[in-house]
Design a protein. Structure first.
Length: 351
């Protein structure tokens, strides 16, 4: 079966809070909070969404100092003045210090597996989009056991002066393990006001929407902003139809199973997190806050973030498989089974 383009999605966001555009009418702001009552889910916009008979998962309580830090970061703005405001509020000695008066750093985490052909172009795209927004930024490339010249390509870029760090897995462990390694590496030195950008290493994501994602976390107070190909204005191009069908099916089933009806897309790799949100996940679930190894890991992160009451929003994006050099690393059968296993864990209270 050849490649086929899938047009942009024209289904408008539903609900009173779904159409609150920040940049243009198609750019919906969807906030997902903890599910607080059954059999209905109340969104922060005030409208109720039925959970279709499934019992709502209980919210997970954040430590007090983590809640205070999240609250402060949500209401701060980018730049040194934001750090001054946070330092003046004083949130105790526990957790990373907030007193360091420096501009926020943008950390970009990119998991890669045999992506040598995409490395140079991806680095150029990241540099073009990130440099205007940060005095300091870096790319953490997590090589997940590549057997081609991926590591060499990124090492050459680092030797030429690019702010690139390569963290290696000796063997292929999967995207979940790569993201966990990248997050923990970043959190060793991150400040709560920093942001962490994640995206695929194969160029399929549209780097041009990064300013809108950053606006969500820096100016609108969201904890996580993700690129959404299923939100009104988004879409999928250059991808085989059976993969598009699997993505639609898995997305719909997981939203119903996990009660995440407030979001259009769950599995997007392209996201912006506040470092404070990642600290909250680590403090609540431990360093193993990502337990899955495959492509389902991004759904697990959203589910756990929602249980903590983190604010999550989406920005529409067209995912373009034609930009990829090489083939997709996702195995359809394996990924399908992994999504089913994740749903079972959530429904049985083991997630």
């Amino acid at each position: 079966m050849g490649r086929s383009a899938v047009g942009v999605h024209r289904r408008r966001p539903q609900g009173r809070g779904a159409g609150g555009a920040r940049h243009r009418p198609a750019d919906a702001q969807l906030h997902l909070g903890p599910r607080r009552r059954a059999p209905h889910q109340e969104s922060p916009a005030g409208h109720l969404r039925p959970l279709r008979g499934r019992r709502a998962a209980p919210a997970r309580q954040l430590p007090r100092h983590a809640r205070a830090r999240l609250h402060a970061v949500r209401h701060a703005r980018a730049g040194p003045a934001a750090h001054d405001r946070l330092a003046a509020r004083g949130h105790g000695a526990r957790g990373p210090a907030l007193e360091r008066a420096r501009p926020p750093v943008i950390h970009v985490v990119v998991p890669v597996f045999n992506e040598a052909g995409n490395a140079a172009s991806l680095l150029a795209q990241i540099r073009e989009r990130v440099e205007p927004f940060a005095q300091r930024w870096r790319i953490v490339v997590v090589d997940d056991g590549s057997t081609d010249d991926t590591v060499e390509e990124y090492a050459r870029a680092a030797a030429a002066g690019a702010p690139v760090e390569v963290v290696r897995h000796e063997r292929n462990l999967g995207p979940g393990a790569a993201f966990r390694t990248g997050f923990l590496h970043v959190l060793k030195t991150a400040d709560p006001l920093d942001v962490v950008v994640t995206l695929e290493g194969d160029q399929t994501s549209d780097a041009s929407i990064l300013p809108r994602l950053l606006h969500r976390v820096w100016e609108e107070g969201d904890d996580i902003a993700l690129a959404s190909c299923y939100l009104y204005g988004g879409g999928i191009k250059g991808t085989r139809l059976h993969r598009v069908g699997l993505s639609h099916l898995a997305n719909g089933l997981m939203k119903k199973a996990l009660g995440l009806s407030g979001l259009a897309t769950l599995s997007s790799f392209y996201r912006v997190y506040t470092a404070a949100a990642l600290f909250a996940l680590r403090e609540s679930y431990g360093e193993g806050f990502i337990t899955t190894r495959g492509f389902e890991c991004m759904v697990e992160v959203l589910y756990r973030a929602a249980r903590l009451g983190l604010r999550i929003s989406e920005v529409p994006m067209v995912l373009d498989g034609s930009r990829r050099v090489g083939r997709s690393k996702m195995k359809v059968a394996r990924t399908s089974l992994a999504y089913l296993a994740l749903a079972v864990r959530a429904l049985t209270g083991r997630l």
